[in-house]
Design a protein around this ligand. Structure first.
Ligand SMILES: Cc1cc2nc3c(=O)[nH]c(=O)nc-3n(C[C@H](O)[C@H](O)[C@H](O)COP(=O)(O)OP(=O)(O)OC[C@H]3O[C@@H](n4cnc5c(N)ncnc54)[C@H](O)[C@@H]3O)c2cc1C
Length: 505
């Protein structure tokens, strides 16, 4: 039997999944090398810094820090001390595009039950009783699904495990997230307030499985947290910890090639050298990594042909703005829901250009965390959900569309009460779907990976002990259990448990 300390493990990508895996493996005594294409760690969960401003590239809030806290604790660290987080209240503001704000066109979502019931009653008298019922039912659902979302699904027979059979009735596969929430609230605005979270997975609430009502529940029950310094701060601290535990994070050193013996990877190759790998963890986007790094003839299940047929999440058009001056009255998180919400979703699914009055999400993190901008200045992060490049191919030219989306963003900011933003810009960065593909190596620019329909979850999602190669383990949003930080950290725990037990066998 070999001790893990004698073994070398290569990790491709310093995203949240790769960093969590590297921490756990370094703590277990493996010789870990994380190879990261970019000059900063964190992948989509990294920071953009310019002119004294700091923006989150992707994730802007932390849900359910429990999983990462446990990873930190397992490695001898306390997450709350390493990266202090502030629970937000209100956790976000929803602005409904089809009504004047004073008449119920907005809702401040708060975890305080009395205040939330009052907010609901203001919008739709009679619906307030649904809130505690929603919390109660979803508390049971989360309890039932936690063991499922935190354990491997490597075989079809895993579907017969007792905890899966016990919770199957809660899945309600015939219901979408939207129809599920309709059981609790009759007002369409409230239905949106408890279903827009499907967008965290890049999915329409009308297609998203009803299971994901647990996302809104997680927000109200366990909080929406802002890590001080932004979500990128969590990744930066994790990369440092990998080093403190004896591992290496090699930034700006992409993996260019893998060396195989049969279906086993023996070495990884970068522009700077060739490194032995007794085991390999892949954190880079699953579909993209397969097509770039693993020859098609070595893959049995996940061939290029089958990857091309899968369903993928939406993409996003992003703007990061460093502004002069403050942002009076703006919430830390604002979600603006287009007046023609369903049409907005249909345009995204069909790959059509968006209407000017489209849904946008705006984060104004300096409202809570002034450390993110020079004194007297503010940051804005604007995310517009768009079609991925598979759906929009031949329909949208992103070079041209980008200029239009830029003016749409300033128009939507004005609608949300941000005055004169364009004239106050000191720093401006744009990331469009083609940039997600070309700079961040994400298949079809689908920012939230493989879609989370039931046919692409559990054992139908890429397994953490990768089924097509030996000694290769998968972590990250494109693998089981799914996209979103808690599940990504969970993928790292599942994959490293499998890797360590295989090395010890
Ligand atoms: C715009 C946006 C907003 C989001 N908001 C939230 C949110 O608020 N809350 C939440 O929980 N989740 C959110 N997510 C989803 C998810 O949490 C993040 O996308 C997360 O960063 C995905 O982590 P990952 O482990 O899959 O790896 P990634 O973050 O994708 O990192 C993979 C890494 O691999 C590197 N890489 C790729 N190819 C190579 C190579 N050949 N060699 C070396 N390195 C390579 C990449 O550079 C990258 O650093 C958001 C995602 C996006 C895009």
């Amino acid at each position: 039997m070999s001790r893990p300390s004698q073994r070398e493990v290569a990790v491709i990508g310093a995203g949240p999944g790769g960093l969590a895996a590297a921490m756990l493996l370094a703590k277990a005594g493996c010789r870990v090398r994380v190879f990261e294409r970019h000059a900063t760690p964190g992948g989509r969960t990294s920071s953009l810094r310019e002119g004294g401003y700091r923006f989150d590239l992707g994730p802007t809030f932390f849900l359910y820090p429990r999983v990462l806290s446990e990873v930190f604790a397992q490695c001898g660290y306390d997450l709350a001390q390493e990266v202090p987080m502030k629970r937000l209240d209100p956790q976000y503001r929803l602005v409904f595009g089809d009504g004047p704000r004073q008449q119920g066109g907005q809702l401040d979502a708060t975890p305080d039950i009395d205040r939330m019931e009052a907010e609901i009653a203001r919008l739709s008298p009679g619906d307030e009783g649904g809130f505690t019922r929603f919390l109660r039912e979803n508390r049971g659902k989360l309890d039932a699904f936690t063991p499922i979302l935190e354990s491997p699904f490597d075989r079809l027979t895993d579907l017969l495990r007792p905890e899966v059979l016990r919770s199957a009735h809660l899945l309600r596969p015939w219901r979408s997230l939207h129809s599920e929430v309709g059981r609790f609230f009759k007002d369409p605005r409230l239905q949106l307030a408890f279903t827009f979270q499907g967008k965290y997975l890049g999915m329409s609430p009308f297609q998203c499985p009803s299971l994901f009502s647990i996302l809104a529940f997680l927000e109200y029950e366990h909080g929406v947290h802002h890590p001080i310094g932004g979500c990128g701060q969590v990744s930066e601290r994790m990369a440092e910890i990998v080093g403190e535990l004896g591992g290496e994070v090699r930034l700006g050193e992409p993996i260019e090639r893998l060396v195989f013996e049969g279906r086993r990877v023996t070495c990884v190759v970068t522009g700077k050298g060739t490194y032995n790998a007794d085991a390999l963890v892949i954190n880079s986007d699953f579909a993209q990594s397969m097509t770039e790094l693993v020859p098609d003839n070595l893959r049995r299940r996940w061939k290029d042909r089958s990857l091309a047929k899968k369903q993928y999440s939406c993409s996003t058009f992003m703007m990061y703005l460093g502004l002069e001056g403050d942002l009076p009255g703006l919430a830390h998180h604002t979600i603006y829901l287009a007046p023609e919400y369903q049409k907005n979703l249909d345009d995204i699914a069909a790959g059509r250009p968006l209407a000017d009055d489209c849904s946008v999400y705006v984060q104004a993190a300096t409202q809570t965390d002034p450390s993110l901008a020079p004194a007297g200045c503010s940051t804005l992060y604007v995310l517009v959900p768009t079609a991925n490049l598979g759906a929009s191919e031949g329909r949208v030219d992103w070079q041209e569309e980008s200029a239009r989306m830029r003016s749409v963003v300033f128009q939507q900011l004005e609608r949300l009460g941000v005055r004169d933003a364009e004239n106050r810009v000191r720093v401006e960065r744009v990331v469009k779907p083609t940039d997600w593909r070309d700079e961040h190596h994400i298949y079809r620019g689908a920012t939230f990976n493989l879609a989370h329909n039931l046919g692409q979850m559990l054992c139908w999602r890429p397994h953490n002990r990768f089924e097509d190669l030996s000694g290769v383990y998968l972590v990250g949003g494109g693998t089981h259990p799914g996209s979103g930080l808690p599940t990504i950290y969970s993928s790292a725990r599942i994959a490293t448990d499998a890797l360590l037990s295989d090395l010890a066998a």
